[in-house]
Design a protein around this ligand. Sequence first.
Ligand code: BT5
Length: 250
Amino acid sequence: MVPDESFFAPPGWTIHYLPETGSTNDLAGRAAEEGAPERTVFATGHQTKGRGRMARSWLEQPGSSLLFSVIFRRSHNEPFLLTMACSVAACRAVEGVAGVRAEIKWPNDLMVNGRKLAGVLAEASWAKGNPFVVVGMGINVNFDPSGVEGIPDSATSLLREAGRAVSRPELLNRILAELDSLLGQAPPALGPSIRSQWAERLWRRRQRVVIADDGREMEGVFEDVDADGALLLRLDDGSVIPIRVGDLVI
Ligand code: BT5
């Protein structure tokens, strides 16, 4: 068991915690619409309407996952760059706190030993005078995902990979501190530096993969990513196509 489960924020960050909510992305989005500043975080112990991309569900065992959303308001606030930064920060934190090596499954999931540990969901609003990006993350921490109906067999958790319980507050604190160090760099250096750290961690780069998009599947070699983060897939006829939306099949 992990004794202390009170969340604590690094300097400059504010964490709002609710034992249960629909979705932390909704909480953060509403707060951002009402003017909440950058570095505001909403965390919860359980989501009744946790969601993934494309209206998919995000499921967990109450009290055992790290579920949170961060509000960003930056001049360089491209949603994809911020999700890249969140994924890299979470990989570093998972390694630092749980001692487990994490990779990134394009575009943003965290993988450990070929299994999905965490998912990331970015949502942006370009409302005039009040633009913001909310990045939500769900990390399987202290439960066995195979015991939760609806979570695929390909999922894993820190409990399973590290062989011990991990403090969720410590993990969140570390992720936010890692985000500070990634985003604190001077803006011109920010994009390329984050992108290259993200690209170095990409799972199955240079290997044969299957991409699923809208019910279709495509097979080829995951050659690389382009400057915008699109996956470059080399098909068997030698042509290379950029994939901007889709899922790498586990
Ligand atoms: C994601 O979507 O992976 C993004 C998940 C983001 C969740 C966080 S939690 C805090 C914040 N508030 C929210 O409401 N959401 C964010 P996607 O790539 O579409 O993957 C969704 C798919 O992952 C589902 O269709 C399931 O197959 C699978 N899945 C669901 N729960 C899972 C879990 N706990 N672990 C691993 N896979 C899961």
